[in-house]
Design a protein around this ligand. Structure first.
Ligand code: HEM
Length: 452
């Protein structure tokens, strides 16, 4: 089968140049000009971009055993996360996933709800003070500090507040640097003692020190409140050998949840505030639901199923601004997608929630923010993998329920009290650096509800 090449290829760098300078526009153009499949070429490797939900399912679910995470993107992530759940593969990954899974059961996450709301109240206080002085808040930064506080406290029994600003800066810098390493494969290896690498290593060491301390504290005091996830990892034993994880492995797994568990949810929440400011009808419908269900009280985890509109707002935000906008795999054994299309062994395959979730065949008015497209009636007949913000198959996000319960409780707690507005001309621009972030932060005015 003839497959057209992704537009914008140039000599030497081929498709890498366009993917470096304007990745979202390039991918969207790929769907418009090439259709469901585009061939891509980068220096040193080539493969396919697949935009069709059936193909997404074929890669993530049906042929999950024929692909691996042996890609340049995951190689870069390994520089930060080591060999944790996000980056590992095969039998090793499966063992670690089984160990971690019980910490993510719905009942365990619901039990964390009250604490999530309590921590969100601190952000509400900050916003109240800003509202009094009519000072804008950087909502991206504010959500980053909040989700960092929540994952640190609930999963790792770690009080992060005094380090939060610096951790946020370190993670932001590290993600930019990792992204640079993906799109500029000729950068010197990290072991070279140049200033850029020294800064990278220092930021990474700073995070490691914080995580190592959390592990030490929990080891010394296993019955201390919170941090179930950490305790389970520390206590896990191999069924055959009876051995626990070594220090490096613990560090990698804890660091992975620390990073993966807050950055993505923070971006989801930041984008949601921006969408609500831009689409007042959705904001009013959200406020109506919160007023009806909660009245004057704070939300609890038990309210989660009772807030369908709030959850649809988050679903729609995840559709238009998926924090993980690109998923990559290496094909280890050929995959036959039908109609004469075979993905050859050792080629790359890329899936984009950002593009497939705007595919006009499955989404009417794809650029419009319309939470009600997620009602049961309007979802009927839509292929499952037209929407995959958490990936799918065995490598699906382990933290999806955690993220959704957390985001629902945070949004409900704050949207009860505050009304977001963007400065004139202040529509945020997405910056895809590993995750999809609002470029340059997200200054917004958060008015107290009922006051103009
Ligand atoms: C809105 C928030 C989130 C989004 C959009 C998101 C998205 C994703 C996606 C797309 C994957 C699959 C990547 C792939 O297939 O290559 C993934 C994996 C993962 N996520 Fe999330 N995530 C979110 C929140 C969380 C949270 C809160 C945690 C932990 C507390 C978490 C931990 C992980 C881990 C450990 C993996 C690797 C799972 C495995 O391969 O076994 N994520 N996430």
């Amino acid at each position: 089968m003839y497959v057209p090449q992704l537009p914008g290829s140039v000599p030497i760098l081929k498709n890498l140049y366009a993917m470096r300078t304007a990745p979202l526009a390039t991918l969207s153009r790929g769907l418009r000009e090439c259709g469901d499949v585009a061939y891509v070429e980068f220096p040193g490797h080539s493969g396919h971009m697949l935009f069709n939900p059936d193909h997404v399912r074929a890669v993530l679910v049906d042929n999950a055993k024929r692909v691996s995470k042996n890609t340049p993107g995951f190689a870069a992530l390994r520089l930060l996360l080591g060999n944790g759940l996000v980056t590992s593969d095969g039998a090793f990954w499966l063992r670690q996933r089984r160990i971690a899974q019980p910490a993510f059961h719905r009942a365990k996450i619901y039990a964390l709800g009250a604490r999530m709301v309590e921590l969100t109240e601190r952000t509400a206080d900050e916003w109240s003070r800003a509202a009094e002085g009519q000072t804008p808040v950087d909502v991206a930064d504010s959500m980053m500090r909040l989700t960092l506080r929540i994952v640190s406290d609930t999963m790792l029994a770690l009080d992060i507040d005094k380090d939060a600003a610096e951790v946020g800066r370190s993670i932001s810098f590290l993600l930019h640097e990792l992204n640079e390493r993906i799109v500029r494969p000729y950068l010197p290896p990290l072991s070279w003692p140049i200033p850029r690498n020294q800064r990278f290593n220092a930021a990474r060491e700073h995070l490691k020190t914080i995580i190592a301390k959390a592990i030490r504290d929990k080891r010394a005091n296993p019955d201390s409140k919170g941090g179930d996830f950490l305790r389970m990892l520390i206590e896990a034993r191999d069924e055959e050998t009876g051995e626990g994880m070594d220090d490096q492995q613990l560090l990698d797994e804890v660091g992975t949840v620390f990073a993966a568990g807050h950055e993505t949810t923070a971006n989801l929440l930041a984008w949601t505030w921006a969408w609500l400011a831009r689409f007042p009808a959705a904001r009013r419908a959200l406020q109506r639901e919160l007023d009806e269900v909660l009245g004057d009280r704070l939300p609890t985890a038990e309210d989660y199923p009772k807030l369908p509109y709030t959850r649809m707002v988050l679903s729609e935000s995840l559709r238009l601004s998926p924090p993980v906008w690109l998923i990559s795999r290496r094909v280890e054994q050929p995959i036959d997608l039908g109609d004469g299309l075979v993905l050859p062994a050792q080629s790359m395959v890329f899936l984009s929630p950002y593009v497939t979730q705007r595919h006009p065949r499955y989404w009417t008015d794809p650029e419009g923010f319309d939470p009600e497209r997620f009602t049961e009636a309007r979802s009927a007949g839509r292929p499952t993998f037209a929407y995959f913000p958490f990936g799918g198959g065995p490598r699906k996000c382990i933290g999806d329920t955690f993220a959704l319960v957390e985001a629902t409780l945070v949004l409900a707690t704050l949207a009860r009290r505050f009304e977001p507005s963007l400065p004139v001309g202040g529509n945020p621009v997405p910056e895809p650096v590993i995750t999809l972030r609002p470029k340059g932060g997200l200054p917004m005015v958060m008015r107290t509800r009922g006051q103009s």
